[in-house]
Design a protein around this ligand. Structure first.
Ligand code: NAD
Length: 506
C-alpha cells in the first residue's frame, strides 16, 4: 500500500500554537482510485477469513490501540488543542465498541432462516445472508478524530469489507498513526488511509461501494447527491441543535452540572452538544444561577494538560460562527450572564450563558458548535416540547426531571434519534446496543446496534423448494386453464381470508 501513497505532504496546524504540528501524505484522486483498487484485490481473502478470523485480527488491533493510547492522545491534543482529559478517552471508547462488535458480529451476521409466514410459503425454505460490500469509505470530521473514524471502520472490517478512511484535513495525524498500527500488527492490507480535504473525500465517494460519512449537513447533502449518481448506499451522521428540557421537579444542581458538561465538552464542538436549554418558568432563575456558577468556575487557560477544562475552537472559521451567533443574540435582546467574548488566547471563546433568548436568534436555530448555552424560559413541558421540535435538526436531546417515567414519556414526544433522560447529552453514544440515528437534517442511516454492522452488507435471500412440495402454488404456472386458475384462486382466497365465509367465498 505504501507505494501508492502520495509524496505530497499536508501540513497540520495546532489550534493552540497556530504552527504546523505535523504532516501527513496527501492523496490525489488518482491515488485514491489506486488505493481502492488495491483494497478490492485483497478484500476477498479478508472476507474468506470468516468472522472469527477477522475478529482475531481486530482483537490484536485492540491491544495495539491500548498499548499506544498515550501517544494517540498526544497526537489528538496537538491537532485539536483539546484538554488531555478529553484526548485520553477516545481510545477506551473505541475499544469498548470494538469489543461489542467483536463479541456479537457472528450473531449479527449469521445466516437467518425466517419461518414461512403462511400457507403460501409453507413448502419453501428461506435463507437470508449478509454479504459484505467490497470497499467502504469512512469520511470523518475533526471533533473526535479517532472515535468518529474507528467507531465506523471497525464494524465494517468485522463485516468483511475493506476500508479506506479519509479523516478531516484539520486533524489527520492521529488517524494516520492508527492506520500504521494496523500495518504494524501484520494484519492483511484491507485498511488504508487517504489524506486531503474535500477533493480527496469526493474521490473516495467516486470509488467505494458504501460511504460512511460524519460531518456537516452541507457536505452530507453533496455526498448524498454524488452517491445518488453512482447509486451506491451511504450512511450520513450530520449536524445537530440538541435541546435540553428542564422540568420544574428536576434536581437542579444535577441538571446544571450535566447540561454544562453536555454543552461544553470539547468546547461545545460535538454533534450532540446541548445547544438550546428550555426551563420551566417556576425554576428558570434558580437553574440559571446554578448553571452560571458551574460554567464560570471552568478553567480555560491555554493549557492542554489535565489542568484545563476548555480548549480552543478548531479553526478561525469556527470562531467566527460562534462570535456571530453571540453578537446576533445580544443584538436581539439576549442577556450575557457569563462569558460572551473571546478568551485569553487566539481561538478561545469564553464559555457563555445567555438568557432572554428566543427562536428569532441564530443561536437557537443554527448549529453553533461552540461553548454557548442559551437558556429560554418556557410556560410548561408542552411549550418546551413544541420549541424543542421547532428545528430542522433532529439528532439528540436531554430531559431532566425527578420522575424517570415522566422523562421517558417526554422523550417519546421529541423528533430526534436519541434522548438521554437525566443524563448528559453524549450518554447514549456509548450505549452501543442502542442505534444512534439522526432525524430530519441530522442524517440518514445511523451507527451502532445490529444495523451498525449489517449496513456494511448487501442482503441476499435464497428461497428454495424441494421439487413438487409447493404443488399448490405450481397451479399458477403455465399452461393456464380455467380449472387450474380456479383451483389456484380458491387456494389463494383460503390462505388470505380470516373468517370462514371469506375463506370459502360463500
Ligand atoms: P465537514 O462536513 O466540513 O467535513 C467532514 C469531512 O468531509 C472532512 O473529512 C472533509 O474533508 C470531508 N469533505 C468535505 N467536503 C467533501 C466533499 N465534497 N466530499 C467528500 N468529503 C468531503 O464537517 P466538519 O467541519 O469536519 O465537522 C463538523 C460537523 O460534523 C458538524 O456539523 C457536526 O455536527 C458534524 N458531526 C456529526 C456527528 C454525528 O454523529 N452526527 C458527529 C460529529 C460531527
Amino acid at each position: 500500500m505504501t507505494e501508492i501513497i502520495a509524496e505530497l505532504q499536508l501540513p497540520v496546524l495546532s489550534p493552540l500554537t497556530r504552527t504546523a504540528t505535523g504532516f501527513v501524505p496527501e492523496s490525489t484522486p488518482e491515488q485514491v482510485a489506486a488505493i481502492v483498487a488495491s483494497l478490492r484485490d485483497h478484500q476477498p481473502d479478508w472476507a474468506a477469513l470468516g468472522v472469527a478470523g477477522r475478529a482475531a485480527w481486530v482483537a490484536k488491533y485492540r491491544d495495539w490501540l491500548l498499548d499506544n493510547q498515550d501517544h494517540i492522545a498526544d497526537l489528538l491534543r496537538s491537532e485539536t488543542g483539546k484538554p488531555r482529559a478529553e484526548a485520553v478517552f477516545e481510545v477506551p471508547f473505541v475499544v469498548d465498541e470494538l469489543n461489542y462488535y467483536a463479541n456479537n458480529a457472528a450473531k449479527f451476521l449469521a445466516d437467518e432462516h425466517p419461518r414461512p409466514h403462511g400457507l403460501m410459503t409453507a413448502g419453501r425454505r428461506m435463507t437470508v445472508r449478509y454479504v459484505p460490500h467490497q470497499v467502504v469509505g469512512v469520511i470523518s470530521p475533526w471533533n473526535f478524530p479517532i472515535a468518529l473514524t474507528l467507531w465506523d471502520a471497525i464494524p465494517a472490517l468485522l463485516a468483511g469489507a475493506a476500508v479506506i478512511v479519509k479523516p478531516s484535513e484539520h486533524t489527520p495525524l492521529a488517524v494516520h498513526y492508527v492506520l500504521k498500527g494496523w500495518e504494524e500488527i501484520g494484519a492483511p492490507p484491507v485498511f488504508a488511509f487517504a489524506g486531503g480535504a474535500g477533493a480527496t473525500g469526493a474521490a473516495v465517494v467516486d470509488n467505494v461501494d458504501f460511504v460512511q460519512f460524519t460531518g456537516s449537513t452541507r457536505t452530507g447533502r453533496a455526498i448524498a447527491e454524488q452517491a445518488g449518481r453512482r447509486l451506491i448506499p451511504y450512511s450520513l451522521e450530520l449536524g445537530g441543535k440538541d435541546p435540553a428540557i428542564v422540568a420544574a421537579d428536576a434536581d437542579l444542581d444535577y441538571a446544571a452540572s450535566g447540561i454544562a458538561f453536555g454543552a461544553l465538552l470539547n468546547s461545545g464542538q460535538m454533534c450532540v452538544s446541548t445547544e438550546r436549554i428550555y426551563v420551566e418558568e417556576s425554576v428558570h432563575d434558580e437553574f440559571v444561577d446554578k448553571l452560571v456558577a458551574q460554567v464560570s468556575a471552568l478553567r480555560q487557560n491555554g493549557e492542554s494538560g489535565f489542568e484545563t477544562d476548555l480548549g480552543p475552537l478548531i479553526t478561525d472559521e469556527q470562531f467566527t460562527i460562534v462570535e456571530k451567533h453571540v453578537a446576533d443574540a445580544i443584538h436581539r435582546g439576549a442577556v450575557v450572564k457569563t462569558g460572551g467574548k473571546p478568551g485569553l488566547a487566539p481561538g478561545f471563546f469564553e464559555p457563555t450563558v445567555l438568557t432572554n433568548v428566543d427562536h428569532s436568534m441564530l443561536v437557537m436555530r443554527e448549529e453553533t458548535f461552540g461553548p454557548i448555552l442559551p437558556v429560554m424560559r418556557v410556560r410548561d413541558i408542552d411549550h418546551a416540547v413544541e420549541l424543542a421540535n421547532d428545528s430542522v435538526y433532529g439528532l439528540g436531546a436531554t430531559v431532566w426531571t425527578a420522575s424517570t417515567k415522566r422523562g421517558k414519556e417526554i422523550a417519546q414526544r421529541l423528533e430526534v434519534g436519541a434522548v438521554d433522560v437525566n443524563d448528559t447529552s453524549a450518554a447514549h453514544l456509548i450505549c452501543f446496543p442502542a442505534p444512534s440515528t439522526g432525524w430530519k437534517s441530522s442524517g440518514i442511516g445511523g451507527r451502532f446496534g445490529i444495523d451498525g454492522i449489517r449496513k456494511y452488507c448487501k442482503v441476499r435471500s435464497v428461497v428454495s423448494s424441494v421439487p413438487g412440495t409447493a404443488a399448490a402454488v405450481q397451479m399458477a404456472w403455465f399452461p393456464y386453464t380455467a380449472a387450474r386458475s380456479k383451483a389456484f384462486g380458491v387456494f389463494m382466497r383460503f390462505t388470505g381470508g380470516r373468517d370462514i365465509r371469506r375463506r370459502l367465498g360463500i
